[in-house]
Design a binder for this molecule. Structure first.
Ligand code: AP5
Ligand code: MG
Length: 210
């Protein structure tokens, strides 16, 4: 199954992908994670994109499309993958159709209020990348990841100004993809407000329905 997870920042794309990747045996590809990995290693790509990401703007289409194209040429994603955070513009969606055929686009719907609550409380593990939350899903020991013992940090783009900018960018450049994929018969809508296990069950149901 080749899936795209669409939705505003904080919709829970990454959190759902962690569960869905196991259930569907489909590798999880997050463009945000790839960029943050590049920033952490201080690579030329990381240095180029750091300020763009911290301010909540989008990285250039050419760079992003090139990265995803290269990743999708690998053997492990020949039959299945979950794309989290790509495409995010019509140009990216058009490019994707040229190098891969997706089965469905899952649009995760959440109100802005919940986006702010989720992002302002998010804690990310520096080692395994798992997304915890101060109130919704706190680790047993403050500041430490239950899964791998890694240190938890707050993303540089999880501040009020950057969250507002990301929502604005989402509305202007990414939300038009909802119509785009609806017109192509690929869009499936899911309420992303409940617990992630309920969302995963609903995802299985929508994928089973014609
Ligand atoms: P990216 O990392 O993709 O950021 P985003 O789209 O803003 O999405 P987030 O990762 O913030 O949210 P999420 O939906 O994954 O939510 P999560 O599961 O973590 O991209 C970062 C940046 O990289 C972009 O701003 C851009 O600059 C650049 N970039 C990336 N892709 C690009 C592209 N294609 N083109 C150009 N630039 C690109 O959940 C959030 C919190 O809520 C967590 O704390 C979690 O524990 C909690 N939570 C999640 N689900 C639930 C639930 N069901 N119930 C309770 N709590 C929940
Ligand atoms: Mg994410």
């Amino acid at each position: 199954m080749k899936l795209v997870f669409l939705g505003p920042p904080g919709a829970g794309k990454g959190t759902l992908a962690v569960k869905a990747t196991v259930f569907f045996k489909a590798p999880h590809i997050s463009t945000g994670d790839i960029f943050r990995g590049a920033i952490a290693t201080g690579s030329p790509l990381g240095m180029k994109v750091k300020s763009i990401i911290d301010e909540g703007r989008l990285v250039d289409d050419d760079i992003t499309i090139g990265l995803v194209h290269e990743r999708l040429s690998k053997d492990d994603v020949k039959n299945s993958y979950i794309l989290d955070g790509f495409p995010r513009t019509i140009a990216q969606a058009e490019a994707l159709t040229k190098f891969s055929k997706i089965d469905a686009v899952i649009n995760l719907e959440v109100p802005d209020k919940l986006v702010f609550e989720r992002l302002s409380g998010r804690l990310v593990c520096r080692k395994c990348g798992f997304n915890w939350h101060k109130y919704f899903n706190p680790p047993k020991k403050e500041g430490i990841c239950d899964k791998c013992g890694g240190e938890l940090y707050t993303r540089d783009d999880d501040n009020v100004e950057a969250i507002k900018e990301r929502l604005e960018v989402y509305r202007e450049q990414t939300a038009p993809l909802i119509e785009y994929y609806l017109a192509r018969g690929l869009l499936k809508e899911i309420d992303a407000c409940p617990n992630v296990d309920i969302i995963l069950e609903n995802l299985k149901k929508v994928l089973d329905s014609p």
